[in-house]
Write a protein that binds this ligand. Structure first.
Ligand code: PLP
Length: 403
């Protein structure tokens, strides 16, 4: 079994071979087990599988060989002990929280987060008697004040956050949370395991949207929850097994092939993002460029401590506000307007009217999602073409606004 070796392998080898489990045909690429169920040699064997006394798959809602390859490979890359794959990033976020929280428990989360994460924390969990408190995630005193020893069972945050790219000090928040007996759940979608491994800084649970950089080519939805084997087996698995947000074997196959090139793509996308951020910062149409790799970035020291590069996503604020943001998006000829991210194609979105539109305007203003803010996910195109596209769109927008 490949897994017996994978702990000694270096990262590129783990990305290509982690979790590999060939069938009797000896196929080169990973087999796609597009099956919902599995058959047993005998009724006794079926009984033993259900009782957990015999190894083997039972039903693809609980586990599937292709899905297991994806899970093992992602865990090998991320460095966490165990992984459970999910149908989407949102099902990963929801399962990671819902599997461990009960009525009467308290959750503390950082205010700056993806719109759907915000909805789960502020709308869905409270309906079930889970009390939630939002804090400014960059303020360690705010975490300390909000966490209630004994009652707070989990803390949740994204770093960098979507779309304002705020960083949260994982190690410092983990220390405060652990002292109070709370688990730390980190949404690591923006960083990917290539740039940041939250487990190394004390996170107990790490969630991913496979839809983003892991697929990286805009094809299918998926997600994953990583944790200790104990958390996976005792807390997460019973929840997943009975509620059913399982990853399709087909999508698992696409995503596990994506893992083979994840680091190469992310590193190339980071280089382009750094260059475009520096370019945008020089433009008079741009009031502010936000990118963790920029010298002007306010949390530069923390970025250098917990991330190995600035990331593939940047944000910028148009001096001309919402109108200028729309004119810039509409003027682009190569970069597409799309709310997805982490794709090989560069994608741009206006968060205030798309991904974050459901958040009340006052709350949006508090987390920095202004009308002039634009989020750019940098792809794998030639960076010169992307820079030229941004330049012509900004020039065209400036002329439109002057006219
Ligand atoms: C996209 C995203 C998700 C949700 O992932 P889906 O696969 O779209 O469900 C969760 N968190 C963050 C930070 C995201 O960007």
């Amino acid at each position: 079994m490949a897994d017996a070796h994978s702990s000694g392998w270096r990262p590129r080898t783990r990305a290509v071979r982690g979790g590999l489990c060939r069938s009797e045909h000896g196929e080169t690429a990973e087999a796609l087990y597009l099956t919902s169920g599995f058959v047993y040699e005998s009724a006794e064997e079926a009984r033993a599988r259900f009782a957990g006394e015999s190894e083997g798959f039972v039903y693809s809602r609980y586990g599937n060989p292709t899905v297991a390859t994806f899970e093992q490979r992602l865990a090998a890359i991320d460095g966490m002990e165990a992984c459970f794959a999910t149908a989407s990033g949102m099902s990963a976020v929801f399962a990671a929280l819902a599997c461990q929280l009960s009525a009467g428990d308290h959750l503390v989360a950082a205010r700056a987060m993806f719109g759907s994460c915000h909805h789960i924390v502020t709308q869905i969990l409270p309906r079930w008697g889970i009390e939630t408190t939002l804090v400014d995630g960059t303020d360690l005193d705010a975490w300390a004040a909000a966490i209630r020893p004994g009652a707070t069972k989990a803390v949740f945050f994204e770093t960098p956050s979507n779309p304002t790219l705020e960083l949260i000090d994982i190690a410092a928040v983990a220390e405060i949370a652990h002292q109070a007996g709370a688990r730390v759940v980190v949404d690591n979608v923006f960083s990917t395991p290539v740039l940041q491994r939250p487990g190394e800084f004390g996170a107990d649970v790490v969630v991913y949207s496979g839809t983003k950089h892991i697929d990286g080519q805009g094809r299918c939805l998926g997600g994953a929850v990583l944790s200790s084997a104990r958390f996976r087996n005792e807390v997460l698995q019973p929840f997943m097994r009975h509620t059913g947000p399982a990853l399709s074997p087909f999508n698992a196959w696409v995503l596990l092939k994506g893992l083979e090139t994840l680091d190469l793509r992310v590193e190339a996308q980071c280089r382009s993002a750094a260059r475009l951020a520096a370019f945008l910062e020089t433009r008079r149409e741009v009031a502010r460029a936000i990118y963790p790799g920029l010298a002007s970035y306010p949390q530069r020291a923390l970025a250098e401590t917990q991330m190995t590069a600035g990331g593939t996503i940047l944000a910028f604020e148009l001096a001309g506000g919402g109108e200028a943001a729309f004119a810039t998006l509409n003027g682009l000829r190569c970069i597409d307007i799309s709310n997805n991210l982490g794709d090989a194609k560069s994608l741009i979105t206006h968060p205030a009217t798309t991904t974050h539109r459901a958040i009340a305007p006052e709350e949006r203003a508090r987390i920095g999602v202004s009308d002039g803010l634009v989020r750019l996910s940098v792809g794998l195109e030639d960076v010169e073409d992307l820079e030229a596209d941004l330049a012509q769109a900004l020039e065209g927008m400036a002329q439109d606004c002057a006219a």
